[in-house]
Each structure stands twice: as C-alpha cells, then as structure tokens.
Design a protein around this ligand. Structure first.
Ligand code: IPM
Ligand code: MN
Length: 354
C-alpha cells in the first residue's frame, strides 16, 4: 500500500530556501516512481521572522514538529542577527527537544569532486562519522562567577551519562553492522587527558562490542590523531563514533575532504522519533537569491532522509544521480562556478531519477 510521508520543511535563512526548493523538487520527482507520497508543510522559521516578529521558535511549532515523519532543514544564520542566537534557539533547541541524539555524517568523495587530499580519490574517502548529539559541552551546564572583574571565572562543563553513551554506541554498532563494509568501528576520544569522560566512553565501547557485536572490529584513536589520519589515510576509516564536541570539529575537517559545503549533508537522528536532515553548508548570505548556490548538499540531505524513512531504493537512486552529475556534468561544486544554475542542477537530478 502506498505510504505518504508527512514532512516539515524549514527552509530558513539566506540560500536555505533556494536549496530546499531543489531538494523538494527531487522528492516530488522520485516519489511516484517508488510509489510513496510526500505531504509537505513549510515552516517560516529563521532570522527574518526573528527580526520581524521577535520570535525565534514558538513552542507551538516544536509541538507540531513532533507529529511529522521527518524534517528537512535548509540553513539557519542571518547576517543581521548576532551569532549564536538562531543556532541555539532553533538548531540546538530542536536537536534537544526532539532528542535527536545522533548526528550522522557520511563522508564520501563523489566522482569528479576535487579533494584537497593529495593522491586520494573516491576509493579512499568513504566513511561515516557518528557524532553523539545530545551531551558533552553542548548540554549548557556552566556559568560565570565575578563576571566583569579581573577575577572572572568561566566554567563550561561536558556531561555524559552512561545512558547517553550506550544509546549512541548501540546506534553506531548497528549502523556498522548494517553498512557491512569493513565491519570496523573506531572510537575517537581523548582518554589520555579527558580521563573521566572518555574513560566512560571507552569502557562502554568495549563492553558493548565484546558482548553484542563480536564480529565488529574495534579501533581507538585520540581525537588529535584522528585528524591526522583523516588527512593522511582516510581509507582506514569505516565508521567513527565520538562525542559531541569532537564530532563537531572532525566533521568539518571531514567535509572539506569530500569537497566541502556544496556536497556535505547530515542527519540529526532520533531513531525512535522525529529526525531532521540538513545540508551542513550554512546560509551563505552573499549568494542569496542569485541562483548560483549548489543545491546538491540539500538534495543529499533529502536522500539521507529517504534512506532513514526506509525508502532505501529511492535514496540509492538519488545518490547515483548525484554521483553522475558530479562526475560528468558540474565543472565545480562552488557557487557560481558549477556551469549550471541552482535550479538547473535540481532539474538534472530530477531528470535522472524520474
Ligand atoms: C553543526 C554546527 C552547529 C554545532 C552550530 C551551528 C551550533 O556547527 O551542526 O555542526 O555546533 O553543532
Ligand atoms: Mn559544526
């Protein structure tokens, strides 16, 4: 029987609406081919609404979003709004309220895409980072004392509970098993300095792996070394699991090795709830409205969404189309240098999937 997915879109700021439009176009093009329906509702959330109405993210919207199958986000960030307000008030708030405790970041170099890594090609760069998305220094614990005096202190505390660590590790092991590529899960930590937090992670990692996933090889890297190997030998990696802060940092490094903001997408996942998918590029205000921004990252985020919803064949079809376009059509992934406009790139994907 035909299934219809109820999807909320938050196009957001800057070029967010332009790239989201193309992702939506692709969803509408592919849905009939794979016999599913898409029921879209757009939410006007972002910098413009905040500047006009003083409203960041109304509680009623958060409640409504709980009723969707998934959320597609464009970009959050406005040049006239102080950095941090929208990120905290929209992106981080949704992650926390909807308990999207996994940040899933595939790192895959597509054909024809330039990587800054010397002598590396698509056969070397194909791994996934699973970043814990609910704890660590992102939890907001901390404060100042004696603020504004020469003796001011600032404390920002990273917190992990065993529950948070275990549920993330379970997702990571299951993901590694399902991916069935090299059956290797690497924990990225800092057990030599963060002797409490990553001690907990390391113990939990080995306990779970030994007891429940004996067929999966377990590796461990300190975060600094992880960065080095991501540049030198990315082919070593299959799946990496790490905490929130390290995950934030290493996934930007990873993104640039796969061609950067024009292509990198991610998912904020609640395996038992409502997940949210986004291109990780940001709102790129200087390109807004020009029709030159690359929509492939947004299209890849829609692809991840379909995969997550269980429409795996449709998702593979979109990925194949994107690979064909990067390999055979686009001159570059950069805004204004693609050789096509934003909507032409969307049309190319549509023509290949429908
Ligand atoms: C990301 C971003 C966010 C984060 C910011 C915008 C709060 O950098 O999704 O990686 O730090 O998680
Ligand atoms: Mn980040």
């Amino acid at each position: 029987m035909k299934k219809t997915y109820k999807i909320a879109t938050i196009p957001g700021d800057g070029t967010g609406p332009e790239v989201t439009r193309e992702a939506v176009k692709v969803l509408h093009a592919i849905a009939p081919k794979y016999d599913f329906g898409i029921d879209l509702h757009e939410y006007d959330i972002g910098g413009d609404r905040y500047l006009k109405k003083g409203e960041i993210l109304p509680d009623s919207v958060v409640e409504e979003l709980r009723g969707y199958d998934s959320i597609l986000l464009g970009a959050i960030g406005h040049p006239d709004v102080k950095p941090g307000i929208l990120e905290k008030g929209i992106l981080l708030r949704l992650r926390f309220e909807l308990d999207q405790y996994i940040n899933l970041r595939p790192v895959k170099l597509f054909p024809g895409v330039e990587t800054p890594l010397k002598d590396k090609g698509p056969e070397h760069i194909d791994y996934v980072v699973i970043r814990e998305n609910s704890g660590d220094v992102y939890c907001g614990a901390g404060g100042f004392t004696m603020k504004g005096t020469p003796h001011e202190t600032a404390v920002q505390t990273g917190i992990y509970t065993r529950y948070q660590v275990d549920r993330c590790l379970k997702y990571a092991y299951e993901y590694t098993r399902k991916r069935a590529k090299r059956n290797t899960l690497a924990l990225c930590g800092k057990t030599n300095v963060l002797t409490y937090m990553y001690d907990l992670w390391e113990r939990a990692f080995h306990e779970m792996g030994k007891a429940q996933y004996p067929e999966i090889q377990r590796d461990y890297y300190h975060v600094d070394a992880t960065c080095m190997w991501m540049v030198k030998s990315p082919e070593w990696f299959d799946v990496i699991v790490t905490g929130n802060m390290f995950g934030d940092i290493i996934t930007d490094l990873a993104a640039i090795t796969q061609g950067g903001m024009g292509i990198a997408a991610g998912g904020n996942i609640n395996p038992e709830g409502v997940s949210m998918f986004e291109p990780i590029g940001g709102s790129a205000p200087k390109y807004t409205g020009k029709g030159v921004i690359n929509p492939l990252a947004a299209i890849c985020s829609a692809q991840m969404m379909l995969d997550h919803l269980g429409e795996t064949e449709a998702a593979s079809k979109i990925e194949a189309a994107v690979m064909e376009i990067t390999g055979k059509k686009l001159k570059s992934l950069s805004a204004g240098k693609m050789g096509y406009s934003t909507s032409e790139v969307g049309d190319l994907v549509c023509s290949l999937v429908s």
